[in-house]
Design a protein around this ligand. Sequence first.
Ligand code: ZN
Length: 311
Amino acid sequence: MPECVVDAHVHLPLNPPMTPDDLVSALRGHGIGAAVILGLPPAYEVVLNTLDTQHIAREHERLVKRMGKYIVGLEEVLRPESLIYSAIDLLNRYGRLCHHRPRGSGYVILAGVDLSKDPEDLMVELEIIADKGFAGFKIISTIFFKYLDDPTVEAAFRVASRRGLPLVVHTGCDPGIWELPAYCKYGDPSKLEGLLDSYGEVRVVLAHAGSYSAVAPGVFIEETLSLVRRYENVYIDTSALPPPIAARAALSAGPERGLFGSDYPVVGLESLSAYILSVERSLREAGLGWDDINKIFRLNAEELFGVRCQG
Ligand SMILES: [Zn+2]
């Protein structure tokens, strides 16, 4: 187990409710010395107003036709109704953290970016958020049904550039309806290309390395790795990925631009230390030495987010 681990990707559970301090002490019992807590932006109304149950039923049918033969029980596990419920559940389960100012050095908080806003208004809001001491912004475009080249995403890049803050961008599908290709497409990281060309000074973490999906893990990994190869300011995190995919992504990004992340509480606490060990083992088996592993598990996150690991 690495000496001190920074988890670069966790969320604050709302049920039962926890404060960031509670969260960090719970994580500490499982081998985590500091955490980057990602706020979820308010998309509840957007999703309710956009949900088209007939479209979801049709898309579900297409997915089962295409993937049903590869995944046993897909049809029963992912019924259209359960996709809708898990989508709503996702939006209700984690804290928005809009007005919380970080204290102490064992964690930092990233503010979720509300992509439903007008880009000009959004920039004003993000400036205020930056004044409050947040350590960066979290973009999740899937839940707003927007591609990553949307003008609102550029608004976040502009403020991040002005304020010298990092951006963490969700890539890949999401639980519930976002497993359907018609909605998962919004998590395609290759849409960021134009913004990465224009804002080379903004450091961007592609969360989940484009691979988040229960149905098709690794869905956009090639697009992600292509961006990491071409842009020096692009990082990846390993959150919510099966250890072999996590290790492959971290190796391709290289020890300077890979970050360990779990996506707790999506990954349960009981399995967190096992997850750390198994990602570490895969990296060792691939030939990485202690110094490089220490960068991925600790130093890169400390440097990028200004958090301090307390081992
Ligand atoms: Zn997450």
